[in-house]
Design a protein around this ligand. Sequence first.
Ligand SMILES: [Zn+2]
Length: 275
Amino acid sequence: MKLIRELHESINEDSKLIIFCDNKILYDQSKNTYTFKIKDLNPINHKGPFLCIASSESHRIYVLEVNKNEPILGLFMDPNSVNFVDLRQILGFLDQSSFLIASRASILSAWALNSKFCSLCGKAYSFNEAEGAFECSCNNAPNYPSISPCIITLIHDDDKILLGRSKFFPPNMYSTLAGFIEAGESAEEALIREVKEEVNVQVSDINYYSSQSWPFPAQLMLGYFCKYIEGEIALNDMELEDARWFNIKELPIIPPDTSISGQLIRSYIEDHSKL
Ligand SMILES: [Zn+2]
């Protein structure tokens, strides 16, 4: 699958559509899929151009934003199985390549929706095919999709790990700490600052683990392990409801291993148990 950003005037019948409405994605629970063919859907009244986000030899993938009141389901689609859902709800069911495309679709759909007019002069944007970006004749810089880098980190101290929970989490779920990288900061500087701000502890020995796209709305999570140095846990801002040390043998509910947070925790425990 080749990742592209192109606008096409029409969509052929082999194409797959990813459909969003109010930040929710159309999902078929019975088939575990979020891609649909035109023939699956109610006749679509949309006129082009359509945003193509990926292509392979057999088909292209487009994103489409529809209105709330638009009847999108075709005659043979079961409304009990096909619904608009929050993308977070289905990430755990997707394999890695499906995750990539769903994440990309969500980010680019929002980008296209918010790229109608030039922010300098207010004129309507045109699309630069060569750049795959929106632009304006006033020479404002091309408007590319933007992604916000964030750090996410597992703080460890031998057989203990420090986890926190936001008030939006399900009961008894705790996760690794995360935060946005400020303009001018390196990822490592952001990590040290965020950990100090959120839980008041000092860390060092920062080791990169891996990264993950996190389309809420458009983050790239850079995952790290770091070692606890000193400090008593104190919640310094409004982000966390609680944070505490957990022995790795007595953990609360942790995020699934489809999320980088779950992967960091499980990876640390696996490596630590080999010592
Ligand atoms: Zn302009």
